[in-house]
Design a protein around this ligand. Structure first.
Ligand code: RIB
Length: 301
């Protein structure tokens, strides 16, 4: 089994603010930094730092060469990353004193993945392999369709949810990763149990992983339900916490961990990421996660 992540690569422009800017208001930020990011890139880095082999596919623009270099340095395969002559996708991120964020995306080169390119990449993968996807690139529906046709195991992080995603056929998705807000937007339900019930009614073969911020996460399929509490953390910046969770989850599944262990490892990794600034840069390496897990179990045995 190999992992191919067809996903976004962004330049994150991060502004520290006392509060999120309101309609009609102008505020000065208390700090500015530029980081590598993008849900796709963050997830690939998390998978690699968790110790699994992953290849990333996607498109960067003229000033995005450093994103590819970072992936390479992190041990991610980059032979399917193309360079276009346009602007690289980027994100304008406000981070509040509480570590919460709000994000404006500019699609840029993330929306230059044409069907021919997608086909050329996916023809190298088949039913033994895992396709990781998010909703920050174009042709997501085509990727879902082609991945399903090739019998691949698909992990979809349904973020960000938009109108098109709400109407996509998710029947080929093996693992659906959503947070409470995204789950509510897709199903029209608000309570976690109802969101999951609705998704499983539509897609009975799916494994749903619903993340609930400080309330932890829930895994559920037609056979079992697991509730994973959140690990304690000093939150500085929640950006990429979900991506860290996603990457560590799928790497743990690939490593043969059972669902309880995979969720616990993912949750622990995310708790380390939220205590650091930035997106990709905040993702821990496996040894850090292992140490926090060992310490946690030592204190709770
Ligand atoms: O999930 C975090 C990511 O979302 C950021 O790195 C930003 O690029 C946006 O895509």
């Amino acid at each position: 089994m190999r992992i191919i992540n067809f996903g976004s690569l962004n330049i994150d422009r991060v502004y520290k603010v006392s509060h999120f800017v309101r309609p009609g208001e102008t505020i000065s930020s208390e700090g500015y930094e530029c980081f590598p990011g993008g849900k796709g890139l963050n997830q690939s880095i998390a998978i690699a730092r968790a110790g699994a082999k992953v290849v990333h596919a996607g498109t960067v623009g003229t000033e995005g060469g450093f994103l590819k270099e970072l992936l390479e340095q992190s041990g991610v395969g980059t032979r399917y990353i193309r360079k276009s002559g346009n602007v690289t996708g980027h994100a304008l991120i406000q981070v509040s004193k509480e570590g919460e964020n709000c994000i404006i995306l500019f699609k840029g080169s993330n929306f230059e993945n044409d069907r021919k390119f997608i086909h050329e990449v996916l023809e190298n993968f088949d039913k033994e392999d895992i396709l990781v996807l998010q909703n920050e690139i174009n042709n997501l529906e085509y990727l879902l369709q082609l991945g399903k046709e090739r019998g691949m195991h698909i992990l979809l992080n349904a973020s960000p949810v938009d109108e098109t995603l709400k109407h996509m056929d998710l029947s080929g998705v093996t693992w659906l990763m959503v947070n409470e807000t995204e789950g509510a937007e897709i199903t029209g339900e608000r309570k976690p149990e109802k969101i999951i019930a609705q998704l499983l009614a539509l897609y009975p073969a799916m494994n749903v992983i619903l993340t609930l911020g400080t309330d932890g996460s829930i895994f559920q399929n037609k056979e079992k339900k697991i509730c994973q509490p959140c690990f304690p953390a000093q939150t500085v910046d929640t950006t990429a916490a979900g991506d860290t969770f996603t990457g560590y989850f799928i790497a743990s599944v690939l490593a043969g961990k059972n669902m309880e262990e995979a969720l616990e490892t993912a949750s622990c990794a995310a708790s380390i990421a939220v205590a650091r600034e930035g997106a990709a840069m905040s993702i821990p390496v496996f040894e850090e996660v292992e140490k926090k897990l060992t310490d946690y179990h030592g204190n709770h045995s």
